[in-house]
Every structure is written in C-alpha cells, then in structure tokens.
Design a protein around this ligand. Sequence first.
Ligand code: UDP
Length: 346
Amino acid sequence: MKIALFGASGFVGSNLAHHLERQGQHDIRLCDIEDKKLRLRFENRSFDYEPVDISADTDRVDEIVADSDLVFDLAAYVHPAMFISNPLDVVQLNFFDCLGVIRSCVRHKKRLIHFSTSEVYGKTGGSVEPFREDETDLVLGPIRNQRWIYSCAKQLLDRMIFAYGVEHGLNYTLIRPFNFVGPLMDKFSKAWDRDDNPRVFANFMSSLVYDRPMMLVDGGLNRRCFTYIDDAVSALQAVIDHPNETNRQIINVGNPANETTIKGLAEMMAALYIKEFEPSAHPSIESVASQDFYGRGYEDCDRRMPDISKLTAIGWKPKYGLEETLMNSMSYFVNNKTRMVEMLGD
Ligand code: UDP
C-alpha cells in the first residue's frame, strides 16, 4: 500500500514511520512541517519526507491523499500546558486543520486512521469501570476550565468522522491513545516553563537529568496507564492489518496493567534512575498546586484506564510492563540526550 502520514515527525509518527520503514512492506510518505524527530529516529537511514503544512498546503494535502491507499492523521497539539496557554491554536490545528485532511479522505474515498485521544473520555465521574469506546459517557468540566478545550475539539472531530462514515461511506478507524511513552516522547526541559511544559514522563526525566525537583501536581494522586510506544506501534500495525474488523471503529490503545498514580510514577522513575543510570543522584519530589503549575483553567482527569477488548479480539496484547516501559524510555533519553537537545532544544 501507499501510506501517507500527516504529522509524521511527532512522537507517535516518528516511531510508527521508523517501524513501517524497517518492516518494508509498504511505500510510506512522511509529511510534516519539519523532520527533526524523524531525523533522530531514523539516525543514518534515509526516509521519504516532504514538508507539508496541513493548515496552508491544502492542495498538496489533497494530492497526497488522492495518491495514497491509507492516510494516517497524526497532526496534533497534545500538551495539557498548551490547552491553557494557547487554547485557540489547539482548536485550529486539532479541529480545523485536521478536518481538511479528513475531507480529502472523504473526497477521494481513502481509508483514514485518525488519532483521537483518551482525553475525549474526560473525567471518570466516579465510575471505576475502564473506558469503553462505544459505551462510556464523555465527562468534561465547565468551559472556564480550559483544559477541556482540546478534548472538546477532538470529540467534535470524532463525531464528524463518524457522521462522514454514516453519510458518505468514509472508511476510518479512530485511535484513542492512553499515555504512550518511549523514545522522543516530547523533549528535555532544562527549566520548568509553565507555558511549554512537556508531559509528565519527559518532565520527570528532565528533573532527574537536570537535578531539579520532580513536581507532583496536586500531590500526584491521579492515575494513568503508561503504554510503551512499541506496544502502541504494534497495535497500529494490527489495525492496518485488520481493515475489515477495525473499519468504522473507535479503538483504545493502552496497557491497563500499567496503571499507576503520578506519585508512583515519580517514585519508580527516581529509583530506576539511581539504580540504572546515576548512583550518586539524589532526586527530590515536591507537590505543587495545579493552579501554580498550569495556571487557572486546569482541571485533571482523575483516572484513565482503557478497555482493550477490541484489540485483543484481533490478536494484539501489550508486552511491556510498567518497569520495562520506563526503563526503555529512560534509557533512550539518557543515551540520546546530546542529540535530542541539539535537535529539539531544552
Ligand atoms: N503531572 C505532574 N507533574 C508534571 C507533569 C504532569 O504531576 O511535571 C501530572 C498531570 O497533572 C496529570 C498527569 O501528570 O495528572 C499526566 O499529565 P500529562 O501532562 O503527561 O498528560 P495527561 O495524561 O494529563 O494528558
């Protein structure tokens, strides 16, 4: 197949592209506004990259879609810090610009694999059940809590893609990722910057490497299921390989066995860092109020656990436990720090 990836140089895109290229089964075309993470991930291997800005190069997007058999839409702003600092940009890219890619897929009748988000589920509303794609209510906080603008924009797009399936026969799969971590997950951050904070794994990693406190937002009591990127990529491969079973489906991708509180994550990362990387390190962990860390308008998802029965039904299951997930991810960051900082800054 000819597979086009829009947003190919993000965290998921660069790892997926690297996998597809090594697998060598398909002709892949990598499109993004820049190729830094692709260059890092591919190291000395060559790749077929084209600079494409989905917000401006709409004719080119349309041509690429027309010339593809399968389109991945991975373009997104995904950092909660940004939902508060730049909410309108978040809607522009995650909703309006992605809508252009989706409409091209409708126009040219191309199969689409679009990245939704587990943020769409919002808060648990007190339920202890894992999130189910077709059953769970989507529970968001009030408008002034800007954290939810991303979830809301992504939810509307999910609903439009569903409607394009019903009204125009669009063939699609919506992917709901649950806290993927691994190589090139965000970047290092030397000093904490409220408006440009990486997500929790990269921020904790930066704290360890730059010897600054790991900050637990509101005590770090909320829970996430951290999923190793190789497991995520193999789930995407399973989706590619099962077009009929996954068509017009929403699919959670995550590892429910890897659930931890954020405090638990900090403690595990600190212990692994001392044991495996820097025996003389003295990591410190501090609590910080969410209002101070993110600013006004932040509200957290209390717990986020996927039901993964749709994926297990097509033969996928996650392989990496929490400790291995963190070890592999931390090891990439430690071993590639200089190149990452050179290319992505800190
Ligand atoms: N968090 C934290 N310290 C940090 C960054 C994030 O305690 O340095 C918390 C955040 O409040 C949330 C969880 O970690 O409860 C996961 O945050 P992340 O930014 O990774 O994204 P999310 O899972 O909320 O989309």
